[in-house]
Design a protein around this ligand. Structure first.
Ligand code: SAH
Ligand code: SF4
Length: 384
C-alpha cells in the first residue's frame, strides 16, 4: 500500500528539518525547501534547481505542496480581494486581502465555521465543522502572496501583515495555528515581524498564556461589552472566561508581547453596547486593570449586518460619541474603516459555507427568540 503523501505546507522549519532527516537528508535542506516553497511560490520539486536530484526524486514520491482549490474570487472597488477556498467535505473558508498605502494585510481563517457562536457574527451563526490543518491555514497566505505578486506585477513581497481574523477562533485550534505563525515569522518563510502578525481571539484565557510562551505576536481581543452580564450574551465563551480573568491574561501577555498594548475590538451594536454608560463602564474596567499592568487601545468596529442576527449597526454619531468618551479618558481609540463592503468581505461577513457538525445553528436559532437587551431597555429594542 502506498503511503499518503505528506503536505509540506504543514511544516514549520523544525518540522521540515525533522522530515528531511527522516529521508536521510541534512537539516539544511529544509531551509532550501522552505525558501523555494514560501518565498518563491514553487510547488514542483523538479524546478527546485539547487536540490540534489536524489532528494527531488525522494520528495516526488512522498510529499506534495497542497494548494487549496479556489472556489471564487471577488475584487472590491476599493481593491480588497476576497477568496473562497474549498477545504473539502462541503466546507469552504474565506481569506481577504486589504491593500492600504503603507501595507498589505491578509485576513486568514483558522477553522471551518466556529464553535463559539457569537451573537453578532455570521461565522458564529453557521456552526462549526472542523479545525483547519496548519497546511490549510498556510495555503491561504501562500496562494494570496504569490497570486498578488503576479496580479500586481510585483517583485517584492505584497503581504506585509497577517491578521487571524477570518473564520474561526484561532486559539481553539492552537496546535495547528502555532507552526503556521512560526512560518509567517521565519526569515526563510514569510519573514513578517511579530508586530505585523496579529492573533485575534474572543478570549481563550489558557491559550493566551501559551501563546505568550510559545510565539508572542500582536494580540487583539474581541471585547464587545463592559460587563459580564452583557458579554455572556454576546460572546458565550465569556461564561467560561469572564472579563476579569480575560483582562488579567491580557496584562500578563504584555510581558512578552511585541507591542506594548493589547488591541480591544468592540463591535458597535445599536442599542446593545453603544450607550455612554457602556463607555463609562469600559473606562472603569480598563482603569481597574491598568493597576495590574494592562495597556490597551480600542478599535470600534461598525457592525456588518446580516439578516439572521436581528441586530443593527450603531449610527455613526453614537460611535463617534463613544469614541470621544474613551479618548477623553486617555484611552487611544480608533474607528475601523470598513473595507470590501460591496463584496461581503468586511469583518463578520465571512461565511464560506460550512457543514455544521454541532448544534450551534439550532442553538443560535433558539437564542434569536430570547431578548438580548436588558429588561429596562426600551421595548422597541427587543430582538425577535
Ligand atoms: N474568532 C476571533 C477572530 C475572528 S472574528 C475573534 O472573535 O476575535 C474577527 C473580528 O470580527 C472579531 O473582532 C469579531 O468580533 C469581529 N466581528 C464578527 N462579526 C462581526 C460583524 N458582524 N460585524 C463586525 N465585526 C464582526
Ligand atoms: Fe467565532 Fe470570532 Fe465569530 Fe465569535 S466573533 S463566532 S469567536 S469567529
Amino acid at each position: 500500500m502506498t503511503a499518503v503523501p505528506v503536505n509540506l505546507l504543514d511544516f514549520d522549519l523544525d518540522g521540515l528539518a525533522a522530515f528531511c532527516e527522516g529521508l536521510g537528508e541534512k537539516r539544511f535542506r529544509a531551509t532550501q525547501l522552505l525558501r523555494w516553497i514560501h518565498q518563491r511560490g514553487v510547488a514542483d520539486f523538479g524546478q527546485m534547481s539547487d536540490l540534489a536530484r536524489s532528494l527531488r526524486e525522494k520528495l516526488a514520491g512522498r510529499a506534495v505542496t497542497a494548494a487549496l482549490p479556489v472556489v471564487s474570487q471577488h475584487e472590491s472597488r476599493d481593491g480588497t480581494i476576497k477568496w473562497l477556498f474549498d477545504v473539502g467535505g462541503g466546507n469552504a473558508v474565506e481569506s481577504v486581502f486589504i491593500p492600504e498605502d503603507d501595507r498589505g494585510t491578509l485576513c486568514v481563517s483558522s477553522q471551518a465555521g466556529c464553535a463559539v457562536g457569537c451573537r453578532f457574527c455570521s461565522t458564529g451563526h453557521q456552526g462549526f465543522s472542523r479545525n483547519l490543518s496548519t497546511g490549510e491555514i498556510v495555503a491561504q497566505l501562500w496562494f494570496a502572496e504569490h497570486f498578488l505578486r503576479r496580479h500586481l506585477q510585483s517583485q517584492e513581497r505584497v503581504i506585509s501583515n497577517v491578521v487571524m481574523m477570518g473564520m474561526g477562533e484561532p486559539l481553539q485550534n492552537y496546535d495547528r495555528l502555532l507552526p503556521a505563525l512560526r512560518l509567517m515569522l521565519d526569515d526563510h518563510g514569510y519573514g513578517l515581524s511579530r508586530r505585523r502578525v496579529t492573533v485575534s481571539t474572543c478570549g481563550v484565557v489558557p491559550m493566551i498564556d501559551r501563546l505568550a510562551r510559545d510565539c508572542p505576536v500582536a494580540l487583539a481581543v474581541s471585547l464587545h461589552a463592559p460587563t459580564d452580564e452583557l458579554r455572556d450574551r454576546l460572546v458565550p465563551l465569556n461564561r467560561k472566561y469572564p472579563l476579569d480573568e480575560l483582562l488579567q491574561a491580557c496584562a500578563r501577555y504584555l510581558a512578552s508581547a511585541p507591542r506594548d498594548f493589547i488591541t480591544f475590538e468592540y463591535c458597535m451594536l445599536d442599542g446593545v453596547n453603544d450607550a455612554p454608560e457602556h463607555a463609562r463602564a469600559l473606562i472603569e474596567l480598563v482603569r481597574r486593570h491598568a493597576a495590574e499592568g494592562l495597556r490597551c487601545k480600542f478599535n470600534l468596529i461598525a457592525f456588518n449586518q446580516f439578516p439572521q442576527s436581528g441586530l443593527a449597526r450603531s449610527p455613526m454619531p453614537r460611535v463617534l460619541a463613544f469614541c470621544k468618551l474613551l479618548g477623553d479618558a486617555g484611552i487611544v481609540t480608533t474607528v475601523r474603516k470598513t473595507r470590501g463592503d460591496d463584496i461581503d468581505a468586511a469583518c463578520g461577513q465571512l461565511a464560506g459555507g460550512v457543514q455544521d457538525r454541532t448544534r450551534v445553528q439550532e442553538r443560535m436559532a433558539r437564542q434569536r427568540t430570547v431578548a438580548l437587551y436588558p429588561a429596562r431597555a426600551p421595548a422597541r429594542k427587543a430582538v425577535s
